[in-house]
Design a binder for this molecule. Structure first.
Ligand code: OGA
Ligand code: MN
Length: 301
């Protein structure tokens, strides 16, 4: 049976050992799924999963998101090097995507259907930096002062990848990659109730760019303040990768980001993403002026 060791001194996260993710029996799977809901983030050292095994593990949690226009591409590389070993240049789209990942975010909040879980495995890690950081949004809500809680309950923010990348000076065109769509920007409550545990958490991050019914500057200020509070060091864990490690997190109640490193050094991870449940992660979309050919779609996926 898996050994589940909570991260020391943290409100979230656990290291899972005595488990082989490529060969899970029912009892082990149940323990892993339970730990996922309890801890929000799980680290599985030294798994060395093949592509297919990582996909099969993701599929246990639910339907997967297709991150490229290729039905075979259920696992994608999060990598700063091309097939031939050359690193991406700053004017290339992939470089900009990686730089974007360095801001606190939750995956696919800019899609009508947000993500349930993301699973990363490490193949090549740089000699310094390049950790992945996770922050506990359940604790952020629990520790928020009463005045702010009252102020934000009932508020909703629009999420857009066009908008978060534009803040970094990166203009993307519609159709250029996952997330650059014409379905409009989803409107998501700032306070999310977890569909399984019932716990409340802050649902924010870099893709949130406007609050319904609020002036843009005031909204941005509030979102920035909340993010700084929420991702304070006592609520974060930094995973320093070893090749073969697997880490997963619950996008419904955790934020994450990549830590900087020397982009001349190779860093190669593999990402599989589990879709949210339509009952709890599918929301209405509104206008996103940065998408060309904007088409209002309601709950279109
Ligand atoms: C991602 C992501 C963080 C990292 O793959 O969605 O944000 O550390 N990755 O590469
Ligand atoms: Mn991400």
């Amino acid at each position: 049976m898996p050994t589940i060791t909570p991260l020391e001194g943290k409100t979230f996260g656990a290291v899972v050992t005595d488990v082989d993710l490529a060969n899970l029996d029912d009892a082990s799977w149940n323990a892993v799924e339970g730990a996922f809901h309890d801890h929000g983030c799980l680290v599985f050292p030294a798994q060395h999963l093949e592509d297919r095994a990582q996909i099969d593990f993701a599929l246990r949690f639910g339907e997967m998101e297709l991150l490229r226009d290729d039905p075979e591409a259920l696992a994608v590389a999060v990598s700063n090097v091309k097939e031939d070993g050359e690193v991406y240049a700053p004017d290339e789209m992939r470089y900009r995507t990686l730089r974007g990942n360095e801001g606190w975010h939750t995956d696919s909040s800019y899609m009508p259907l947000a993500a349930k879980a993301s699973i990363l495995s490490a193949q090549v890690v740089p000699p310094a930096g390049g950790e992945t950081a996770i922050a506990d949004m359940r604790d952020a809500w629990d520790e928020l002062d009463e005045v702010t809680r009252k102020r934000i309950e009932g508020l909703s923010a629009y999420h857009s990848l066009y908008q978060s990348q534009a803040k970094l000076g990166y203009e993307f065109e519609t159709g250029q990659g996952y997330g650059y769509h014409t379905k409009g920007a989803p409107l998501r409550p700032l306070v999310k109730t977890h569909p399984v545990t019932g716990r409340k958490s802050l649902f924010i991050g870099r893709h949130a760019y406007a609050i319904e019914g609020m002036a843009p500057e005031a909204a941005q200020e509030l979102l920035d303040e909340l993010l700084i509070f929420a991702c304070a060091p006592q609520r974060t864990y930094l995973h320093a990768w070893q090749p073969g490690d697997v880490m997963m997190w619950d996008n419904r109640c955790m934020l994450h980001r990549a830590c900087p490193y020397d982009y001349a050094e190779a860093r190669v991870l593999r990402h599989t993403r589990v879709a949210g449940d339509p009952a709890s992660e599918l929301v209405e979309t509104g206008r996103d002026d940065r998408a060309d050919d904007f088409r209002p779609t309601g709950t279109n996926r």
